[in-house]
Ligand binder design. Structure first.
Ligand code: IPM
Ligand code: MN
Length: 357
């Protein structure tokens, strides 16, 4: 009897449903030659959840995710919900789910596919060989700090980190570095912020547990500059919630398209796997969204949540092969496309390659 893993699926808004469908197509194909099966249960989150239930994160979604082995998520948000009070916004649903599942570590790898070197706005020689890994703290910092308020005349948020929160995310970064090139660059604003001073002091302490890893520090403004000046200098970038949000979008341009980058949010009992891009309502329903970031997120799910390394590798290799064979969705059509394909065609071609690998 094959093992069965339960996957909670959150399709969300905009292009979310289309790209998640392709990831599931690929997952179903990979299972055929593996020793496991996957079963899926759909849950609501984001604007669609608000429209149907009045809440962007219904309790049933939290409960369903908790009962699963992993969560596969598309994207949420859209103009339609932009003027709602904060508690009803789609983004609030995602932030609450991260908190509820204890997902304090967000892993965002960025590498360059040689075939897409021209797709980036950066020069190919700056990009070739880049392979970096952002470890972003995800359930603390200014996103969640109290007090927070806006009375129409004055508004504030608070950037708070406890030593414990810094220690545990630092360990994730050092553990990741041990499996990579053994370098951690911790990004903060310790020249100005107390919270960053505690961050830096704590990271230095944790580094002592990992003598093989080289630790450097960078102020966030400098890091933003260095990422486009010479991204090859980075291996693991360790940083807090808001700095990591900003730097990982910046880093995505290194790969040429934000439509390529997967992410894993871990730390609790159940991990969440999602593309780093948003719901792109402007192109939803047209069959032109790039499903690769979600397909690669599904591969991260196999690797990190289910420990199915071989299956994860098969998907990654299929993505590489599809790109080197010249298949492109519309966003990348100008860069070495032999054939421009739709969202569903792209999913089918990858599934086909996976079946043969
Ligand atoms: C991300 C997104 C989210 C964030 C939003 C949608 C709340 O930008 O996952 O990076 O800011 O964390
Ligand atoms: Mn973001």
């Amino acid at each position: 009897m094959k093992k069965n893993y339960k996957i909670a699926v959150i399709r969300g808004d905009g292009i979310g449903p289309e790209i998640v469908d392709e990831a599931i197509k690929v997952l179903d194909c990979v299972c055929v030659n593996e020793d496991f099966t996957l079963s899926y249960e759909d849950y609501l989150m984001g604007g669609v959840a608000y429209d149907m239930t009045g809440s962007p994160l219904p309790d049933a979604t939290i409960e369903g995710c908790m009962k699963s082995d992993a969560v596969l998520f598309g994207a949420i948000g859209g103009e339609k919900w932009d003027n709602l009070p904060r508690e009803f916004r789609p983004e609030t649903g995602l932030l609450k789910l991260r908190k509820a599942l204890g997902l304090f570590a967000n892993l965002r790898p960025t590498s360059v596919f040689d075939e897409l070197l021209d797709a980036s706005t950066l020069k190919p020689e700056v990009l070739q060989g880049v392979d970096l890994f952002v470890v972003r703290e995800l359930t603390g910092g200014i996103y969640f700090g109290e007090p927070r308020a806006n009375d129409g005349q004055k508004a504030y948020n608070t950037m708070v980190y406890s030593k414990f929160e810094i220690e545990r995310i630092a360990r994730v970064a050092f553990e990741s570095a041990m499996k990579r090139r053994k370098h951690v660059c911790s990004v903060d604003k310790a020249n100005v912020l107390e919270v960053s001073q505690l961050w830096r002091d704590t990271v230095i302490e944790i580094a002592k547990e990992y003598p093989e890893v080289t630790l450097t520090h960078m102020y966030v403004d400098n890091a933003a500059m260095q990422l486009v000046r010479n991204p090859k200098q980075f291996d693991v970038i360790l940083t807090g919630n808001i700095f990591g949000d900003i730097l990982s979008d910046e880093a995505s341009m290194i790969s040429g398209s934000i439509g390529l980058l997967p992410s894993a949010s871990i730390g609790g009992t159940v991990g969440l796997y999602e593309p780093i891009h948003g719901s792109a309502p402007d192109i939803a329903g047209q069959g032109i969204a790039n499903p690769l970031a979600t397909i690669l997120s599904a591969s991260m799910m196999l690797r990190f949540a289910l420990d199915e390394t071989k299956a994860a590798d098969r998907i990654e290799n299929a993505v590489k092969k599809v790109l080197s064979d010249g298949y492109r969705t519309k966003d990348l059509a100008r860069y070495g496309a032999k054939e421009v394909c739709s969202t569903t065609q792209m999913g089918s071609i990858i599934a086909d390659y996976v079946a043969k690998a």
